[in-house]
Design a protein around this ligand. Structure first.
Ligand code: PEP
Ligand code: MG
Length: 883
């Protein structure tokens, strides 16, 4: 039986082999093959990891032999040998999943060191201190990652060593001091595991590979995958790479850089480095690094080569790169390149600039920006006119502003977040273990670490405001406070941060609405050129309609008229209408409401001049307009006890009787939607009259208006026939009365499965369909939309019964099937049937994509989500082609 190939040399891979080699491995392979200076290495595939899990955490047959064979190749390439006391081969062992999960899994550096090879390293480097420093780092990482010994136990030994010598920093310890630390580390390992530290490099290697495979399922990796919707079954590859050292002296260093600014998108090299430092020191945010520009003075030749390499990588990948490098004795090595994570603002600027630089097409630019990310830019920011009490300034690591109570602990942040509190997580620095706290907080503030520290990278990825490296803060976790100058800020105090300027303010600060930048406009205008599906907005007021237009809406897909009834001055009249004892009394109330409604429609239709406006007739159950029965009963009792006037008490009792009579067991399935229109046709007639009178007036004023009258919650064509007849009659009367002609259509919402199933019949009367997917989801799944999320949805998601919350992301499998059927059936009857969606899903990118796939003419969403829907619709068009 031939065994599978589980191990690849860097030379054998390519960038498009990410699924097999992991992102890191595939890119190391690509860089090797384009001739960049990459230390040699091998990759153990994700396939091996999957089989490892499939066969009860055992390496698949053949894998170990292949690793041994390829280690020999590395030995031949470098002239060094594993375990050679004169010239030892040392490697790093790192995880690398198909989708990057920064900092979530484990890494071991300097593997191959033992009591004998450390002598060889001392000899070849000519530096005993360095060799022993490497050895103690290795013992610590191996002990922590592979043997599961808590890191703080190593830290304690190190602290003692420093105390003994009365020094503050690691670099003040001598070779002899490190020798002592090494011995103590080995004793610690033996004490904790009951076995001596494994000296054989091959054994070290296989145990490290085992640990990396195992780390695919550590807690923080699982949480990260959940948040980022990364499938659990991808597995991780393992990269074994020959070590190069950035800590051999002052002609060495290590750093990370982005080829463009990942926060603003500006086209300048952006990064930082540390002289005489190893591996993770930069990312870990332990020492605050120097900006990349100073490398130009410190090592001009290396800087020049680095700049050229960055340019080459950007051209090669045609995307902004996030690069890790090491300088060993003045020689540059590339350790990683990957597509850089960026804020929405940067994503837009980079995409637009790259089109202008001729690097990518407009279609690619549109695909480069994650529509959901745009949310960041459509959020509020600090009012520039506000006078701020700035208490400190750190690095502007991730833009956006946030206010909230100070919290110092990730677990506590998670707990308070669940209670709906607004929080700013304040830490000296964050580590991957704080991920749940970062998720729960509105913003992150750290006192240490640079723009590429963990907090900064993670916050940018999540689109959360972050200020880091704010060194003026003296944080005291024990006392749960931080001090800046004279000021003491305690847990629970409110602060604000501005991730675009790095400012930290005391208290809440005034915020303003977002604006759309010129680059954002440019990208959206390309999206508009590309997309083949309309985008409308849901708006109930002329102001919302105007805002929607500003954001690029091409009409209104839903005006909910009930919101107009809720206004202070109207509610009493609406209640009078509902409670009317006689038709005459009801008519009086409706007469009072008519001019008010007409005014509403006039304003909205005018704001949307030239564009279609769908106006839905009254939808919610009537009790929503009446006072709450329990509160009323309490009020009556109180009046009785305090000797209230008999007349007033009687009136309240009458009201209570009526409220009780209207109450329903399941109001969402009760007397609502067009059922109201069937039983109280005069209400719908008044609304239709208001729409048409507004239309007639606007037509007389020369304004082009396109009203679409919409009947909600239809289950049968017969409902529609009756109500359409009535609407048409009112229209005819208004035309007659005003002496003008106008166009209008009458259509229906599809929000009950029966309407979808009988869509061919419904389309005989309906001139348009609009999917009310809020109700359609509720009625298809039989989940109360008001209760599901608070009660059982989390269990359904956690237990993976449903992949997503169906009230957020359209349930393509169930609800989507009904929609697809309704579109097909509807168009069988009426080939030019206009079909849209106005449920919440109309602004959710993956649902928008589905709507395009099944042939909808437009999506409609809240005004602030219109830019998101425009971009998502363009992406769907690129993906599925024009229809
Ligand atoms: C819907 O049901 O999707 C809809 C848009 O109507 P409402 O949310 O007002 O019920
Ligand atoms: Mg509805």
């Amino acid at each position: 039986m031939s065994v599978k190939k589980y191990v690849y040399l860097f030379e054998e891979g390519r960038a498009d082999m990410k699924n097999l080699l992991g992102g890191k491995g595939a890119n190391l392979a690509e860089m090797t093959n384009i001739g960049l200076p990459v230390p040699p290495g091998l990759i153990i595939t994700t396939e091996a990891c999957k089989e490892f899990y499939a066969c009860d955490k055992k390496f698949p047959p053949g894998m170990e032999e292949q690793v041994r064979e390829y280690i020999k190749v590395l030995e031949d390439k470098t002239g060094k040998r594993f375990g050679d006391p004169q010239n030892p081969l040392l490697v790093s062992v790192r995880s690398g999943a198909p989708i990057s999960m920064p900092g979530m899994m484990d890494t071991v550096l300097n593997l191959g060191l033992n009591d004998a090879t450390v002598q060889g390293l001392a000899a070849t480097s000519g530096d005993d201190r360095f060799a022993l420093d490497c050895y103690r780092r290795f013992l610590n990482m191996f002990g922590d990652v592979v043997l599961g010994i808590e890191h703080h136990k190593f830290e304690r030994i190190l602290e003692h060593a420093k105390q003994r010598k009365q020094v503050d920093y690691d670099n003040q310890l001598t070779a002899e001091d490190w020798q002592v630390v090494v011995e103590e580390y080995k004793k610690l390992i033996e004490r904790e595991t009951g076995e001596p530290f494994p000296q054989a490099p091959m054994e070290q290697l296989f145990r490290a590979i085992y640990a990396v495979f195992n780390s695919w399922n550590n807690d923080r990796a699982i949480v990260y995958r959940k948040i980022n919707k990364i499938p659990d079954d991808l597995g991780t590859a393992v990269n074994v790479q020959v070590m190069v050292f950035g800590n051999l002296g002052n002609d060495c260093g290590t750093g990370v850089a982005f080829t463009r600014n990942p926060s603003t998108g500006e086209n300048v090299l952006y990064g930082e480095y540390l002289i005489n430092a190893q591996g993770e020191d930069v990312v870990a945010g332990i020492r605050t690094p120097q900006p990349i520009a100073t490398l130009q003075q410190e090592m001009p030749a290396v800087y020049e080569q680095f700049v050229q390499t960055c340019q080459l990588l950007e051209k090669h990948y045609r995307n902004m790169q996030d690069i890790e490098f090491t300088i060993e004795r003045g020689k540059l090595y590339m350790l990683q390149t990957r597509t850089g994570k960026r804020t929405a603002q940067a994503a837009i600027k980079i995409a637009v600039d790259m089109v202008q630089e001729g690097l990518i097409s407009k279609e690619e630019a549109v695909l480069r920006v994650e529509p959901a990310q745009l949310d960041q830019l459509l959020h509020r920011r600090i009012d520039p006119k506000a006078s701020l009490e700035v208490i400190a300034k750190g690095l502007p690591a991730s833009p956006g502003a946030a206010s909230g109570q100070v919290v110092f602990d990730a677990d506590e942040a998670e707990r308070l977040g669940k209670q709906g509190e607004k929080l700013i997580l304040v830490r000296m620095e964050t580590t991957p273990d704080d991920i749940h706290g970062i998720v729960a907080a509105q913003g992150i503030l750290t006192s240490r670490g640079g723009m590429t520290s963990h907090a900064a990278v993670v916050a940018r990825g999540m689109g959360k405001p972050c200020v880091c490296g704010c060194e003026a803060l003296r944080i005291d976790y024990e006392r749960e406070e931080f001090v800046v100058g004279q000021l003491v800020v305690k847990k629970g105090d409110i602060i604000s941060i501005d991730g675009a300027s790095g400012q930290v303010m005391l208290g809440q600060v005034p915020m303003i609405d977002p604006e759309i930048s010129p680059e954002f406009q440019q990208l959206l205008s390309w999206a508009d050129e590309i997309r083949a599906m309309g985008v409308r907005a849901n708006a109930d007021t002329p102001e919302d309609a105007a805002k929607a237009r500003e954001f690029g809406a091409e009409g209104i897909g839903l005006t909910r008229t009930e919101h107009m009834f809720m206004a202070q001055d109207r509610l009493p009249i609406v209640q009078q209408m509902i409670l009317a004892a006689t038709p005459e009394e009801r008519a009086q109330a409706l007469d009072k409401l008519l001019p008010m409604q007409e005014g509403d429609f006039y304003g909205i239709l005018k704001a949307m001049a030239g564009l279609p406006v769908t106006i839905r007739l009254l939808d919610p159950p009537l009790h929503e307009f009446l006072p709450n029965a329990e509160e009323l009963a309490v009020e009556i009792t109180r009046l009785r006890l305090t000797g209230g006037a008999e007349k007033e008490v009687r009136a309240k009792e009458d009201l209570l009787r009526k409220v009780r009579a209207l109450s329903e067991f399941n109001p969402m399935l009760g007397h609502r939607g067009c059922r109201l229109g069937i039983t109280f046709p005069e209400v719908y007639a008044m609304q239709a009259r208001a729409i048409f009178q507004a239309t007639a007036r606007l037509v007389q004023e020369g304004v082009e208006v396109i009203p679409e009258v919409e009947i909600p919650l239809v289950i049968d064509v017969n409902e529609l026939r009756l109500l359409k007849e009535m609407v048409s009659q009112v229209a005819a009367e208004v035309m007659e009365q005003f002496g003008v002609k106008f166009e209008y259509t009458v259509g229906t919402m599809i929000e009950v499965p029966r309407a979808a199933l009988l869509a061919d019949e419904v389309a005989r009367e309906a001139e348009f369909f609009s999917f009310g997917t809020n109700d359609l989801t509720q009625t298809t799944l039989g989940f109360s939309r008001d209760d599901a999320e608070g009660k059982f949805m989390n269990d359904y998601l956690e237990k993976k019964i449903l992949p997503e919350n169906p009230f957020v992301v359209l349930d393509r499998k169930g609800v989507g099937k009904l929609m697809r059927m309704a579109v097909e059936l509807g168009r069988q009857t009426r080939p030019d049937l206009l079909v849209g969606i106005c449920g919440e899903h109309g602004g959710e990118p993956s649902s928008v994509e589905f709507c395009y796939e099944i042939g909808l003419n437009y999506v409609s969403c809240s005004p602030f989500r219109v830019p998101i829907a425009r971009l998502a619709a363009a992406q769907a068009t690129v993906k599925y082609g024009r229809r």
